[in-house]
Design a protein around this ligand. Sequence first.
Ligand code: NDP
Length: 242
Amino acid sequence: MNYALVTGGSRGLGAAICKRLALQGLGVIINYRSNEAAAKAVADDIECAGGCAELLPFDVSSEAEVDAALEDWENRHPEDRITVLVNNAGIREDNLLIFMQTEQWHNVINTTLDGFFFVTRRILKGMLTKRYGRIINIASLSGLKGLPGQANYSAAKAALIGATKALAQEVAPRKVTVNAIAPGYIKSDMTKDLDESTLKKQVPLGRFGEPEEVAALVAFLASNDSSYITGETISINGGLYS
Ligand code: NDP
């Protein structure tokens, strides 16, 4: 069976992406760090709809945890392969740079950037051998535009976009595509502390996006229909920035 691995698949965008990819007939590996109940609820929803899902907890920023979990999965699934990787796990720890703690800088960069590196390096081998793969990196409007109070997050997401462009060129000869998605404001736990009623006035479409709208774009990039798109960053932001 062909599988999709979605990092941070327990909540928000990741949960919607897991459910959507399951509808495309992929087995779904739901990664998360600590919220097992939320991850289980996503797996239950997928299975109730007739899909196939399994949980795979690990911290994406830990090289040892990533390697151990994926080696274990591969040993348990000798006949299966991961054809789609969605690097979605991410955190926000906002602060003005002048007040930013060293820990806040590293936590955000390590989760987004080290997470991308450790997980992608591990999964890539199988994709290159089989000469097929779809890698989708969830970046952000913040990585394109830069947002005040998010120097750590903007830096991490801009770097992720750079890595997307570089890797796309490395692996294109083996028919592996690598793209990024840059969402604007999307409803999730990450944005629940924001003042939605004020911020949505900045958005030309007049509202925050839904996780399912991002999931639909991921599903397209994960499909055969996107076969001639690589190294691209696609914005999904209600017209906020382009
Ligand atoms: P949420 O905070 O709702 O969910 C974050 C997910 O990431 C959870 O599943 C969480 O797992 C997981 N996670 C966090 N750290 C780690 C880690 N070290 N290892 C493994 N899993 C981890 O966030 P969103 O759904 O809003 O965001 C998803 C992605 O989209 C992020 O990369 C974010 O930066 C990006 N994004 C979001 C936007 C928005 O408006 N919401 C806008 C632009 C980009 P657990 O449940 O175990 O904690």
